[in-house]
Design a protein around this ligand. Structure first.
Ligand SMILES: Cc1cc2nc3c(=O)[nH]c(=O)nc-3n(C[C@H](O)[C@H](O)[C@H](O)COP(=O)(O)OP(=O)(O)OC[C@H]3O[C@@H](n4cnc5c(N)ncnc54)[C@H](O)[C@@H]3O)c2cc1C
Length: 439
C-alpha cells in the first residue's frame, strides 16, 4: 500500500503506483485495469485541493514521465506531466505566454486541464478551457484518441444549465453539439487520461505594470473593484480582506498598518500616472520590473500557502470555498459570508474581479471544523440561489462531490452519469470524484 495526499491534506492509499513512459504503456495499464476491474486514479502534481487525485485503492496513474514540450508561434505541445512553471519558462524566450495562471506553478498541464484551472489572470483571459486546441487521451477501453477543437461528440447529450458566472468547473458542461475537447476539460480524471495537449499561446504584452493597492476599509476596496473592472488593459484584480492582511503581516511586516483590505492588480498598460490618480494614498506598492512583479506574485501566493500550512499545523483538512456568483452579486455574497462566519477564524481572498473569492475557515477544534463544513454547504446553496456555481476553478473531487447535487437536478446529474458510463462502463476511473454515490 502507498499513502497518497493532496494539497488539502486529504489522504488515501493506492495498491500500485504506475508511471507509464509512452501512450502504449498507458493504454495497456487501462486495458488491464478494465479486465481486472481495478480502480484507476490519475495523478498530476497533487496540488489539487479537493482530494481528486487521492485514491482509496487500486492504481495511482502518474503522468510524470509525459514531458514533451515544444513551443511554436501561437501554440505549445505539452505532455501532461509538464509543470506550468516549465511551460511558462519555455514560452518566455519566444515572447509568448500561456494565459491560465492557477498561481500554483508546480501544477501540471494534465491536472490543470482536468480541473479547468483558472486563477488570477482569468479576470481578463478566462479559464484553461479557452486555451486547449487538441488533446490526446487514453480511454478505459484501451484506445488512444486525439481530439481537435470542433470535433463534436458522436452521441446525444442534453443542454445543462450554465451558471451566470465568468467561470465554472462543476461537473460536465453538457450541451448538444459540444466537442470532445470540452468534455474532457474539467472532467476531473473521470472520463479519460490526458496524455498530451496542444495549447494556445498569446503574445507577451509589451508593458506590464503591477501593484498592491491598500485601502483602509473593505468598502473602499469594493468600490474600487466596481470602478476598475471595466479598465480594458487590467488583467488581474485580486482581493485580500483584513484578516488575510493580518496573516500576511506575520511574514511581510511592510504591509501598511492602516490597511484593512488590499487589491493586487496587473495592468497591460504602462500608465502609472493614471494609477497614481486613482489611488489617494502613497503607501501602495507599484512595479514595472519583472523582479518586483514576481515579488507581488509571491506575496499573493504566500496567502493560500500560509492557510494550508496553518491547517496542516492544526491537523485539519483545508476548509476553503470555491464559489463564484454573478458579478452584480459580488457584494451580496461577501456580506452573506461575513454574516454567517460571525466569530469564526477565517480569511477571505482571491479572484474578486470574477466575483470569485475563497473563504478559508481556520478551525482550532473538531467542533469548529464541523461547523465550518456546515457553513460551506450553506454558502454553496446561497451561491446557487444567486445564480452562481459551487465550483469556479478547483473542481469538486471527492471532498466537495456532494455539492454537485446543489447545482444540478437529479436528471441533470443522471445525464452526466450516462456520459461517464459510456466512456467508463465499469466505473473505474477517478472513483469517488464528482459522483459520491458511484454509478
Ligand atoms: C497554494 C495553492 C494555490 C492554488 N491556487 C489556485 C488558483 O488560483 N486557481 C486554480 O484553478 N487552482 C488553484 N490551486 C489548485 C491546483 O493547483 C489546481 O487544481 C491544479 O490544476 C491541479 O493540478 P495538479 O497537477 O496538481 O493536479 P492533481 O492535484 O494531481 O489532480 C487534480 C485532478 O486532476 C486529475 N488529473 C490530473 N492529471 C490528469 C490527467 N493527465 N488526465 C486526467 N485527469 C488528470 C486528477 O485525477 C484530479 O482529479 C491552488 C493550489 C494550491 C496548493
Amino acid at each position: 500500500m502507498f499513502a497518497v495526499e493532496d494539497a488539502s491534506g486529504f489522504t488515501g492509499q493506492a495498491d500500485e503506483i504506475l508511471s507509464p513512459r509512452t501512450p502504449d504503456e498507458a493504454t495497456q495499464i487501462l486495458s488491464r485495469a478494465n479486465r481486472e476491474r481495478l480502480p484507476v486514479t490519475i495523478s498530476g502534481a497533487g496540488t489539487g485541493v479537493t482530494g481528486g487525485r487521492v485514491p482509496s485503492r487500486g492504481i495511482l496513474l502518474s503522468l510524470d514521465r509525459f514531458k514533451r514540450l515544444d513551443i511554436e508561434r501561437g501554440r505549445a505541445f505539452a505532455g501532461a506531466g509538464i509543470s506550468l512553471n516549465d511551460l511558462q519558462a519555455a514560452c518566455l524566450p519566444t515572447r509568448q505566454f500561456y494565459a491560465p495562471d492557477p498561481t500554483e506553478w508546480t501544477a501540471t498541464v494534465g491536472g490543470s486541464i482536468a480541473t479547468n484551472a483558472s486563477g488570477s489572470r482569468s479576470f481578463r483571459y478566462g479559464s484553461t478551457r479557452k486555451y486547449v486546441l487538441a488533446l490526446t487521451v487514453a480511454l478505459m477501453d484501451g484506445s488512444l484518441r486525439t481530439f481537435r477543437r470542433g470535433e463534436a461528440l458522436d452521441f446525444e447529450v442534453p443542454a445543462l444549465p450554465i451558471p451566470n458566472t465568468t467561470k465554472c468547473t462543476a461537473g460536465y458542461p453538457l450541451r448538444p453539439g459540444m466537442d470532445w475537447v470540452d468534455l474532457f476539460i474539467g472532467s476531473e480524471g473521470t472520463l479519460g487520461v490526458v496524455l498530451e495537449a496542444e495549447l494556445a499561446l498569446l503574445p507577451a504584452p509589451e508593458d506590464l505594470m503591477s501593484g498592491v493597492v491598500f485601502f483602509e476599509t473593505d468598502a473602499e476596496a469594493l468600490d474600487a473593484v466596481d470602478q476598475w473592472r471595466s479598465i480594458p488593459s487590467l488583467r488581474m484584480l485580486e482581493y485580500f480582506d483584513r484578516r488575510s492582511l493580518n496573516l500576511l503581516r506575520t511574514k511581510y511586516s511592510e504591509v501598511p498598518s492602516r490597511a484593512g483590505a488590499a487589491l493586487l492588480i496587473e495592468d497591460e498598460g504602462s500608465d502609472v500616472d493614471a494609477w497614481l490618480e486613482r489611488i489617494p494614498q502613497d503607501d501602495s506598492w507599484f512595479a514595472l520590473s519583472d523582479q518586483d512583479r514576481e515579488r507581488f506574485r509571491r506575496f499573493r501566493h504566500a496567502l493560500p500557502e500560509m492557510v494550508n500550512e496553518t491547517m496542516h499545523r492544526r491537523r485539519f483538512l483545508k476548509l476553503g470555498s470555491d464559489f463564484a456568483v454573478p458579478l452584480e452579486k459580488n457584494r451580496e455574497m461577501l456580506a452573506f459570508y461575513h454574516e454567517q462566519l460571525g466569530a469564526m477564524d477565517y480569511v477571505i481572498f482571491g479572484h474578486i474581479g470574477d466575483a470569485h473569492v475563497h473563504v478559508n475557515i481556520l478551525p482550532e477544534s473538531a467542533d469548529q471544523f464541523e461547523r465550518g463544513m456546515d457553513v460551506m454547504t450553506v454558502f454553496a446553496r446561497h451561491a446557487v440561489e444567486l445564480g452562481g456555481t459551487v465550483s469556479a476553478e478547483h473542481g469538486l473531487g471527492k471532498r466537495k462531490a456532494a455539492f454537485l447535487a446543489i447545482q444540478y437536478k437529479p436528471a441533470e446529474i443522471e445525464a452526466m452519469k450516462d456520459v461517464k458510463r459510456r466512456l467508463d462502463p465499469n466505473w473505474l476511473l477517478g472513483q469517488g470524484n464528482l459522483f459520491p454515490d458511484g454509478s
